[in-house]
Design a protein. Structure first.
Length: 387
């Protein structure tokens, strides 16, 4: 039965698989014995390989051990966790912050603690699966508004807000699969007017957007105020873990109510220490972000010169519109043969009919990497066009 379903996924080009990485060096991954240029990393600043970040992880293992050995509220809160929470709150310009073992769990915990039966939650149509799952799990009335459409969001709240006790708006700041940015000034104003919580998932914007890399609120110059900022330690911060930053009372509430915080083991010391070191690099070495920006700019103009159909050109996430999942698989496989790892993204990760090649740039890419990758894209897409 399952075998048949799996065969069906294969026939439709929707079967999932992974590539096994044998070694990592800068922007290159060793896969199947060959060094490939990776355009698949979310470590936008390359900090997972930064010497101080790696050293901090090693030191934390020596001092605290390989695992936290307990839940945060039992015996698993180390001084490192508190130090990282204080640093994240300061970075995000909020009163407090709370760590979760992953970003997925941070979204689950935040949404389900703030809204429940009798409440309303409104989410962008292209929100990440963790936000969608959180909204569904909350048992609040869940309404989806068209992607980045603040007017439709406003209309939804106008219609429903009065009938609900609490309301929450959930949106990504920088969208993970589309690379575009939510119209946060308008959304924040709508949240204020309708007395709704606003949760901004800044998984991809943290360390990337804004003058100091604080994220999408800084990008727009919006004061954090009562806005809740979710983030992950697993992308620009080069580690693993999630967090929510916001007003002290909300963070204290999550500490008491978020089941994905309370009933799970604390973040391993090495992950916390690595993220803390990465945060310091972000604040102390703005040149990383400048390099990332320059790489993204060059890559976008290179792809545009090839005449490719880019879904967005606002960030280091640069997706190329293809449409059909089988076609995406073939393109990704031809690129792979040409030495470039650029994954095909298919439904249900993205809506039906919008399969794409998603490329992500990092500060680690050299000019030579990008020239080589561009040559591969030129050859593969030209061939696909002809055949
Ligand atoms: N939100 C978004 C927008 C993401 O892209 C991701 C990770 N893919 C998450 C949340 C979950 O973060 P984590 O990987 O830390 O669980």
């Amino acid at each position: 039965m399952l075998e048949k379903e799996l065969d069906g996924l294969s026939t439709r080009g929707l079967r999932r698989f992974w590539r096994s990485v044998e070694a990592v060096e800068g922007s290159r991954l060793k896969i199947g014995g060959r060094w490939m240029i990776s355009l698949a990393s979310n470590s936008y600043l390359g900090l997972h390989l930064h010497p101080r970040v790696k050293e901090a992880a090693r030191e934390a293992i020596d001092r605290f051990g390989a695992g936290a050995a307990s839940a945060r509220l039992i015996g698993g809160t180390f001084s490192l966790h508190e130090e990282l929470e204080a640093a994240l709150a300061q970075f995000k310009q909020t009163e407090a912050a709370l760590l979760f073992p992953t970003g997925y769990m941070a979204n689950l915990g935040a949404v389900t603690s703030l809204v429940g039966p009798g409440d309303l939650v409104a989410g962008d149509a292209l929100n990440h699966a963790s936000l969608i799952d959180a909204c569904r799990l909350s048992k609040a009335a869940f309404r989806v508004y068209p992607h980045r459409d603040a007017d439709r969001l406003d209309a939804c709240l106008k219609l429903r807000r009065k009938r609900c006790r609490n309301a929450l708006i959930a949106t990504e700041g920088l969208f993970s699969m589309d690379g575009d940015i939510a119209p946060l000034a308008g959304i924040a104003e709508i949240a204020r007017r309708h007395e709704a919580w606003l949760l901004v998932d800044d998984a991809h914007a943290t360390g990337v957007l804004g003058k100091s890399g604080r994220g999408s609120l800084e990008h727009f110059g919006i004061p954090p105020g009562r806005i809740l900022q979710m983030g992950t330690l697993s992308k620009a911060l080069g580690s693993l873990g999630g967090f929510v930053a916001g007003p002290r009372a909300v963070i204290e509430w999550l500490k008491n109510k978020a089941r994905s915080f309370v009933y799970t083991t604390a973040l391993p010391p090495a992950s916390a220490a690595a993220a803390l070191a990465a945060l310091r690099v972000i604040q102390g070495e703005p040149s990383c972000r400048a390099r990332l920006k320059e790489n993204a700019r060059n890559w976008i103009s290179g792809l545009k010169n090839l005449g490719l159909d880019l879904i967005s050109e606002e960030s280091p996430i640069v997706p190329i519109r293809v449409g059909d999942p089988q076609r995406v698989l073939k393109l990704a496989s031809d690129l792979f043969e040409a030495g470039v790892f650029a994954p095909g993204i298919r439904p249900p990760t993205v809506p039906k009919g919008t399969a794409r090649i998603r490329t992500s740039l990092t500060a680690l890419h050299s000019g030579e990497d990008l020239d080589q990758a561009l040559a591969a894209f030129r050859a593969v897409f030209a061939h696909a066009h002809r055949s």
